[in-house]
Design a protein around this ligand. Sequence first.
Ligand code: GDP
Ligand code: MG
Length: 434
Amino acid sequence: MNLSSQKFNPDRVIIVGSYQKNQPKSDFDELLEETKLLAKTANLIVVEVFTQGLDKYKSDTYVGKGKLEEISTYCKNSNIYTLLFVDNLTPGQARLITQATEANVVDRTELILSIFAMHARTSIAKMQVELAQLEYSYSKLRNLWQHFSRIEGGIGTRGPGEHQLEIDRRLVQKRISLLKRKVEDVKKTTHEQRKNRENFFKVTLVGYTNSGKSTLFNTLTQSDIYVADKLFATLDSKSKLLFNKAGKVILTDTVGFIRNLPTILISSFYSTLTDVVDADLLLHVIDVSASGMERRIDEVNKVIKDIEAQNIPMLMIFNKVDKAKGLASKFLFKKLSLTYDNSLFISALEKRNINAINEEIERLLLNNEREKKIEIPIKMKSLISFLDKKYGTDKKLYLNEKMSYEYTLNISDSDFLEIKKQVDKYHELQYINS
Ligand code: GDP
Ligand code: MG
């Protein structure tokens, strides 16, 4: 027997999942695959997987008693102390499973939160993850506290452990409110920074995690940010200025979306979400080779709707076409292009069809209407009457010294360039005649 492999190693874990027999097994299989990928991302080694089909959801212990004993014995024999659950557990379930197995119980949200904690880059992201972790464990602890006060202290008496629990609870609460204040402060400053970006056309990459956003970001910007076949390789958003033929673009890479992303995280990932809400264009990146692709698309669209970003123009970028071969893929692409109006088929890795994205950004940039200011000499009578007719007479301000009107107009870049050309020409003629 190889004893060294039996030694205690905190990174060795077991995955546990149960599903209801009357529901499609494929959903569960997908969830299980995702959990494995999450475990890999958290640098954990999955030693064994225990699954169980149930007739009815087990609200007390999540899996059956027999299964729990089996898991418990396996843990003891192989020196494993951490159980990873594919689903979220209620505080009650977590407590009973811990009692039965004496193992450390980690549910889906806790696993995702720990990955976010590992990868948080900026100080605001670090604070937000800690906050989310505290709030999540606080809700679990609260249940535990209630449990203890029930068993240890009857009415009017104090249980022995209760005093310590009370101190813990206050400390956690104190830390939570401190973090909340700090996060608010940082939000205010980032809001100022964001304002400075307002003159740029903002393009933001969204999409399910692992779909290739960071790879596409690198391809479009030729930069080298971390790309990995793991979930959540990037946490905070990352932006870069791009020069397009039509103007300046700020491209932003964001954290991936994942099914059932803990709501506690959605509210905390402020920076990523504001990048999405503030965008002029969203590039929704989709892995065409992934199973359950359509559901992932819906999942992402749901989040986009939740944060009220559904009216921002969106391009569907079907990525990894290099992986999809054969006739079936051809039909799939055909179907997708019929289903989604604004779709492009690319390979971010092999740099295929990247120009199509650039062209589309260029086109939208030129048609993008934004507020712009332009000075028009009062002598350009026909242009002035044209603008007044088109935009109304209240858009101009008379500048005495310059003998000009300053117009503030909501117009596209191409219209703006057209007007500017005429004004430049006028000045040129003035110069020649003087
Ligand atoms: P993100 O989570 O959406 O940012 O995804 P990443 O950009 O980190 O990519 C996830 C994995 O998919 C990496 O292993 C990439 O190399 C791979 N990948 C990205 N784009 C393509 C592509 O066009 N073709 C193939 N075959 N793999 C890709
Ligand atoms: Mg990424």
